[in-house]
Design a protein around this ligand. Structure first.
Ligand SMILES: Nc1ncnc2c1ncn2[C@@H]1O[C@H](COP(=O)(O)OP(=O)(O)OP(=O)(O)O)[C@@H](O)[C@H]1O
Ligand SMILES: [Mg+2]
Length: 249
């Protein structure tokens, strides 16, 4: 249901050396929410997404996924629940697109079946369906490295469709695309996620997209939550303050 907590952060803190990257952040994300993380460069957006993905260990505080502490998830359990889409897509360049898409099943399949799938694509139909959804079916057997940035982004999204996680974390998913494609991919991502009632948290540099496509915006500054509001309540003044380079004396 829409009020079910899927992610809860309780005073999460992370330093890199003496630099504080996350400073006692607390938040609750409910099932089906579409949340944009915005804030200046170095604010802590990537670090926050990486901690939720279990890639960066916490120093203090607690993160609960489906009300269970993150460290209690073993091996592939977290990968089934949480899908990550990064700016550099993490696709394997020399492989055909369809193999990269099928890699979305790694968490379900185990190594043997996954290795076999490199030779004979398993569940080809499923992969083709996903590629169709993102408009890339005709490139299924192209070498991934030869695809444009926008096409690789679509392939990464098809892989995510196959993985079908409950939660999707996207770190600047459209930053490397030209404006027309960025908007296209952004709209597609949000559509797919809402259709499947998944939960999305995406970091963005584009305030315009945050406002247009997301229902809730969390502004992060200096590793802390500066505001956390329904999109309608995010004013231009708040945004100006969020991105202000120097604090007033
Ligand atoms: N692996 C690391 N080692 C040392 N410092 C790090 C590391 N990762 C992040 N930091 C520091 O932590 C702070 C937060 O970084 P983070 O990458 O989370 O910011 P961001 O909000 O994603 O920025 P951007 O918008 O530029 O991507 C920065 O000061 C950064 O220099
Ligand atoms: Mg970042």
């Amino acid at each position: 249901m829409s009020s079910t907590k899927v992610i809860e952060g309780k005073q999460i803190t992370k330093h890199f050396g003496r630099k504080i990257a996350l400073s006692s952040l607390s938040f609750i994300i409910n099932h089906g929410e579409i949340v944009a993380l915005i804030g200046p460069s170095g604010a802590g957006k990537t670090t926050l997404l990486n901690t939720i993905a279990g890639l960066v260990p916490l120093e203090s505080g607690e993160l609960l996924i489906d009300q269970k502490p993150l460290p209690s998830y073993r091996g592939k359990q977290l990968a089934k629940k949480v899908g990550v889409i990064r700016q550099q897509f993490d696709l394997i360049g020399p492989l055909a697109v369809i193999h990269n898409v099928l890699a979305g099943r790694l968490a379900d399949w185990g190594l043997f079946k996954s290795l076999i799938s490199l030779l004979v694509p398993q569940e080809k139909g499923l992969a083709m369906e996903a590629l169709n959804r993102v408009g890339l079916a005709e490139k299924a057997y192209d070498i991934t490295a030869n695809l444009s940035g926008g096409e690789q982004q679509r392939a990464a999204m098809a892989r995510l469709l196959i993985q079908n996680p409950e939660i999707i974390l996207a770190d600047e998913p459209v930053a490397s695309l030209d404006p027309a494609r960025a908007e296209d991919v952004m709209a597609m991502l949000v559509n797919l996620v809402s259709e499947k009632r998944q939960t999305l948290i995406a970091s963005l540099h584009s305030v315009e997209y945050a406002r247009k496509y997301f229902t809730r915006i969390i502004g992060i500054k200096n590793g802390a939550i500066f505001f956390d509001l329904p999109t309608k309540e995010v004013t231009d003044d708040l945004l100006a303050e969020l991105y202000l380079l120097k604090e007033k004396a």
